[in-house]
Design a protein around this ligand. Structure first.
Ligand code: NAP
Length: 335
């Protein structure tokens, strides 16, 4: 049932010191092709933290609401066919290119940024259905179209890392998991992962070189950057491709001349929204179809804790304290 829409809402915003606080904002209204979503849950992702950092640096705090993805019910619509179809439906939604964010009671976004949820998907899982599952599907697509025989992923204890592993297993594509410490290595091995390497040990580069050559792993997915990028480039076979998709170290990816020139290795960036746009409507629809099919059984994401919106700063601090434990969700008061 769609209830009356208030004039104002609670939303997370940044105070002058750059801390996350609760504030009151006008409820936005949807324009052409847009919908208003009453939010029920939204995760904290590394991309949210990067966006918050950028906004702080640019000084654009005043109008900013964080949160790139989430889940909720469409309660108002602008003109257009998709908005009409989505009205009243529970959707996974993204705030990419939207003026508001998902860490709020309401979000206005393009109807094209929403996917209706099947009955068996919880709000928590629905809230995390777009960014990581679609990226995992994209990576397997890239591996397949590039005819790679094996892939290497970094920060493999992440939610995305676990999804890449499940999809690689389904595709029977060998995967080398790189993690940053012994504890993460143990977690992965205890849950059945093979080929797990710890980048903090001295023998890492040598072990990676041996394994990458043996499996012919020529697609490298790098979420970390900094010196790890250089280590990966140097260890992998002639002609390999490194795809930088995250910057968890906060350091610029390092490269070396010999790898690029003498060994014909390539380095590129990956951003899901660009990849989807570059592939046109067909790629987007295919990706949505696969994610909807996989999300229930193959791609569940562990949640460590849920926080109300007014504890957003605590939620972020908890998440940063141990990202591997699971995702942290923000939940509006009315949910
Ligand atoms: N480019 C794109 O379109 C795209 C799309 C989706 C995701 N991503 C990226 O994918 C990555 C994983 O996202 P997620 O949501 O799956 O993350 P997540 O579940 O929150 O987990 C993050 C993982 O990274 C580890 N980590 C943190 N800092 C690290 C560092 N400096 N070196 C190595 N490991 C580190 C964490 O370990 P601890 O527990 O020890 O902190 C944790 O295991 C992020 O970089 C994200 O930005 C990119």
């Amino acid at each position: 049932m769609i209830t009356a829409i208030p004039e104002t809402m609670s939303a997370v915003c940044l105070n002058d010191d750059g801390r996350l606080i609760l504030c009151t904002k006008p409820v936005p209204h949807p324009g052409k092709g847009e919908v208003l979503v009453r939010m029920t849950a939204a995760p904290v992702n590394p991309s949210d933290l990067a966006r918050i950092r950028q906004v702080k640096e640019a000084g654009g705090q005043a109008s900013f609401i964080p949160g790139i993805e989430g889940c909720g019910t469409v309660v108002e619509r602008g003109p257009g066919l998709l908005p009409r179809l989505w009205l009243g439906r529970r959707v996974a939604c993204s705030a990419v290119l939207a003026s508001s964010g998902t860490w709020a009671e309401y979000l206005v976004t393009s109807a094209a940024n929403c996917i209706p949820l099947q009955a068996g998907i919880s709000d928590d899982q629905g809230a995390m259905m777009l960014v990581n599952p679609m990226t995992a599907v994209a990576f397997l697509d890239i591996a397949r179209s590039g005819r790679h025989k094996a892939i290497i992923n970094t920060a493999s204890a992440s939610a995305l890392g676990r999804m890449i592993e499940r999809l690689a297993a389904i595709a029977k594509l060998p995967l080398i998991n790189v993690v940053r410490n012994e504890k993460q290595k143990a977690i992965l091995i205890n849950t059945g992962s093979g080929n797990v390497l710890d980048s903090s040990v001295e023998s890492f580069t040598h072990e990676l070189q041996e394994l990458a050559r043996r499996l012919d792993a020529t697609l490298i997915l790098d979420a970390v950057g900094g010196n790890l990028t250089r280590q990966l480039l140097q260890a992998v076979p002639y002609g390999s491709s490194v795809l930088v998709y995250g910057n968890l170290s906060g350091e610029q990816p390092e490269v070396d001349h010999r790898s690029l020139v003498a060994e014909n290795k390539k380095i590129n960036g990956f951003y899901l929204a660009n990849w989807l746009n570059e592939g046109g409507l067909l790629r987007k629809l295919r990706c949505i179809y696969r994610v909807r099919k996989l999300v229930k059984n193959e791609l569940p994401i562990k949640v460590q804790r849920r926080f109300p919106l007014d504890q957003a700063q605590q939620a972020v601090d908890t998440y940063l304290g141990n990202m591997t434990t699971g995702k942290v969700l923000l939940v509006p008061p009315s949910s």
